[in-house]
Design a protein around this ligand. Structure first.
Ligand SMILES: C[S@@+](CC[C@H](N)C(=O)[O-])C[C@H]1O[C@@H](n2cnc3c(N)ncnc32)[C@H](O)[C@@H]1O
Length: 442
């Protein structure tokens, strides 16, 4: 989608949104000036999402849900959250301990998981939330305050990862795709970094559709050593060269993030669910424009330089990178599945069948369809499990039907292929769906 096409599907900014967007643009302009006129896309994305008081996640817009910009699986239906709870129950039964949720959004998953675990008699000692957005943390507090006292008293908010090693489960839904990423392009047989510069005065024009100014543009620069190394690594695992002008992303923050989580996890499992693909498909020759997507009022587009601070920005996760990071951190990769496979193997159909009456069953069936069907919300989400020192009996992570309970490095590639095959057919539908204004991410 071109920038012009993106703008044509977007609603105009409100005066307040426009003011907010201009303030953030001012901050980024100042940082650009201080940095000599060029910022890496990673730094730009970090400011756009997390600049204190101004970034999308730091400021007060609704963000998630019907009145916001996008809907995540935990918000589509509690069926998703109940499946996650079932997985947590299995792990907690073996490990005891706690749940730590990273980036808990509105708190809906936390509320449902705790309620479901209470009914199964496997409550965690505590449900800790590590949330970088003060605004979302406030919404989580308000929501979880409505739980019965024996559940809400288990919920705590952390400023940083716990210092004492954790036993139990770590959850992160759609957090890895919100980590700032680098962007690169392949030109003349070499990798170049895509960053951000100020738009030329002549190129700055009024944007009637969005009612804001366009101030930034993409600009190429020499790739630094870290980016060259990362791209060499991923190119080595691909067949053949990338086409001239190919653009994609690489998230160098995955390794330190997973390493820190792995260090914190003494015994238990880390369950990541996100939009993403294994490397060979992520960097497919035909995916020439990468996976970066922006979300504004339930429209998906690919222009990160508009609606600053009032739109979400996300790039898909290279799950091979996550797996490599997990192995390097001393974790075992336990499973990898599409969202559809995960939910079906976790008994989603049983939850629908248990509905109290026909009306409730019809409602749940509609929600299940959204979670499962590629053209609805079951799309490209992959579930990735990694664990540390779990006994075999508790290793049925990512209950993906035929998945082996534990995947060694050697078995891993075979399992990967299964996931790819499942995923491929979903992508085609998904890409078609994305061309229209998308009601759900991306
Ligand atoms: C797309 S939202 C997903 C929210 C929620 N998990 C859901 O599925 O509805 C991304 C969330 O991750 C949080 N986040 C981003 N980076 C984070 C980090 N490094 N640690 C913890 N939370 C983070 C954001 O503040 C936000 O709550």
């Amino acid at each position: 989608m071109t920038a012009t096409a993106a703008r044509s599907i977007l609603p105009p900014l409100s005066p307040e949104e426009r003011r907010h967007s201009r303030s953030l643009a001012g901050l980024i302009r100042a940082q650009l000036a201080a940095a000599g006129g060029w910022l890496s896309f990673e730094r730009f994305m970090e400011l756009a999402l997390y600049a204190p008081g101004l970034g999308y996640y730091s400021a007060g817009s609704v963000k998630i849900g019907v009145g916001g910009d996008f809907v995540t699986a935990p918000e589509v239906s509690d069926l998703f959250n109940r499946c996650v709870a079932r997985q947590c129950a299995e792990i907690l039964t073996a490990t005891g301990g706690e749940i730590l949720e990273l980036g808990a959004g509105t708190g809906r998953m936390a509320a449902t998981v705790l309620t479901a675990l209470a009914s199964q008699g496997v409550l965690p000692q505590r449900y800790a939330i590590l949330e970088v957005s003060a605004d979302l943390a406030a919404r989580q507090r308000a929501r979880l305050a409505q739980l019965p006292p024996q559940l809400r008293e288990r919920v705590v908010w952390l400023e940083r990862l716990p210092e004492t090693p954790l036993r139990g489960v770590m959850l992160a839904n759609e957090v890895a795709d919100a980590l700032p990423c680098r962007r690169f392009t392949w030109r003349d047989g070499a990798v170049r970094e895509l960053g951000v510069a100020l738009a030329e005065a002549a190129a700055v024009g009024g944007n009637a559709a969005c009612g804001e100014e366009i101030s930034f543009r993409e600009q190429c620069a020499a790739a630094d050593a870290a980016l060259v190394r990362a791209c060499e690594g991923l190119l080595a695992s691909l067949e053949g060269e990338l086409p001239e002008g190919y653009v994609s992303e690489v998230c160098l923050r995955v390794e330190p993030w997973v390493a820190t989580l792995g260090k914190c996890l003494e015994r238990g499992a880390l369950l990541l669910s996100d939009y993403g693909l294994p490397r060979r498909h992520y960097y497919h020759r035909e995916r020439v424009a990468g996976t970066l997507r922006c979300h504004f009022k339930h429209r998906a587009h690919d222009d990160p330089y508009i609606n600053l601070g009032v739109q979400d920005m996300t790039a898909w996760v290279d799950f091979t990178r996550v797996a490599e990071a997990a192995l390097a951190a001393g974790l075992t990769v336990s499973g990898f599945a599409t969202q559809t496979a995960f939910l079906l193997a976790s008994g989603l159909d049983g939850f629908v069948a248990e509905a109290a009456d026909g009306v409730e069953r019809a409602r749940l069936a509609g929600e299940a369809r959204r979670l499962l069907m590629p053209e609805e919300n079951g799309r490209g989400v992959q579930i990735h499990g990694a664990h540390a020192r779990l006994r075999r009996s508790a290793q049925r992570l990512c209950a993906a039907g035929s998945a082996p309970p534990a995947v060694s490095r050697r078995q891993f590639s075979g399992y990967w292929e299964t996931a790819i095959t499942l995923h491929r057919s979903m992508r085609d539908h998904h890409d078609r769906a994305r061309l229209q204004a998308a009601p759900c991410r991306p």
